[in-house]
Design a protein around this ligand. Sequence first.
Ligand code: B12
Ligand code: SF4
Length: 466
Amino acid sequence: MRVLLVYPNASKEIIGWGDLGAVAEPIALEYVGAGARLDGHDVRILDLRLHPGDLESTLRDFQPEAAGVTGYSMHVLRNLEICRSIKAVLPSCRTVAGGHHATLEPIDFHEPEIDFVVTGEGVRPFRAILAALARGAAASGIPGVWSRSEAGFVFGGEQDSIELDALPRPDRSLTAGDRHRYYIDWMRPIALLRTTVGCPFRCSFCSLWRIMDGHYVRREIDAVVEELRAIEERFVFFVDDEAFIDSRRMWALAEAIEQADLGKHYFAYSRIDSLLRDLDLMRLWHRVGLRRLFIGIETVSENQLREYNKRQKRDEIVRALEAAREIGISLFSNFIIHPNSTKKDFDDLVRFIEQNDVEYPAFTVLTPIPGTGSSYDDVVARQPNGRPNWSYFDLQHAVTPTALPPEEFAREYENLYRVFKSRYASSESELSLQHYRDRSERLREHYMRIALRALGGSPPRPTEPG
Ligand code: B12
Ligand code: SF4
């Protein structure tokens, strides 16, 4: 069968780690594409972030019989739109939605333009769907898959637990023409690689541990090194939920990488306590090429740290910043901005960042993303069907009521990126002050609309992304 896999473009720009600061390879599609190719299907990937105008021409030229879309919560409405376009051009093409949101809130894809919703790991179910379609059989009863039937969508039951080494490697030849354009800040071109999935911690704002029920699944060291060897890019980002949980394994992996003499530069997620646990391990990693860590500082308020169940203290944060500087590992430090934040909280945060010379502070707004167990009752922007308007779930909008008036919250939030603008400039990211201004205007208008509606007491109306 001819199979088209589509990575969506966002309906708007995102400051920070969005379309402006990073466009990285669609590794999920390379995984499911690799599985489909094992069965002889003809697979193409279309990355709409890089080729925004190519959907229709690709459909007409390639004539796919099945199409898959991936994405996060902020892509739900865009992915439905893409699948509608697919059906409009090729009514018989079967559409499949997968990824984080599909896994946690499949109901948002139980729509006429979707035929299958895949929950969890996608390679096995996608192969099973294609096999059934190729045979002309009913593709129902497949573990992990919601299939359209006359009576509505029917679930095929839970999948068996994931075995990472049993999966094919992501097929990077599917993105051969685009690979030189994938980047995260100065790390360009960059490849992504998965070595583990899951996390044993239980941070309240995080969805990841729930997807894996708190389990931590590891790949064999040799398999990781072999995949690394096959990657051409100099920069590699480990997309593990938390790469440094298991120190013993990370010693073994670093030693194996040193022996293989790969000459690459690495970027990975790490908890602050993982970083501090064994500084010799971090020095070894620096020696073998670790250049950057993504750490979740989240907040410098002890109360909020407790609320987030982050299990880290303010003094550990300060020590971690110093240790990384001493070793020579640069840090991407994420802060979560609570909607309850006051002007004083914003000021305290700015002071902390300045006093501790946090080199690349990044910010997200605390958001009840699927899998965090939070209710959506407070979500302000809604779709006509009453569901949250997922387009705002890019972690850059406050989707729940703020303590400050909405406009003021937006202004203070904007200001964080403005105050620290010079720290991103050195990263050669494509952020510019003009982007802040444009976005700021749109946000202000949007918040005004919501605030006025709330004052008028009228029911929430569908809202468009600002
Ligand atoms: C790497 C990563 C990034 C990278 C790269 C993304 C890219 N390709 O450009 C960067 C840094 C750019 C990034 C940015 C953002 N990210 Co991000 N990111 C991740 C991370 C760490 C790994 C994702 C990944 O690649 N995993 C490996 C792949 C193989 O796994 P997978 O995607 O789950 O895919 C499997 C299954 O889901 C399924 N599947 C997936 N798609 C499909 C499709 C089909 C058809 C099928 C059948 C199956 C299937 O099969 C796959 C193979 O097993 C996750 C956290 C995590 N550990 O999952 C967060 C995560 C996905 N990101 C998140 C967010 C919010 C963002 C940002 C919005 C943050 C921001 N404000 O800037 C931006 C959005 C960028 C954009 N415009 O797309 C959230 C999403 C939460 C949500 N529900 O929306 C996550 C979960 C982190 C979190 N905070 O909890 N991200
Ligand atoms: S935020 Fe990080 S440490 Fe906390 S549960 Fe999520 S992945 Fe684990």
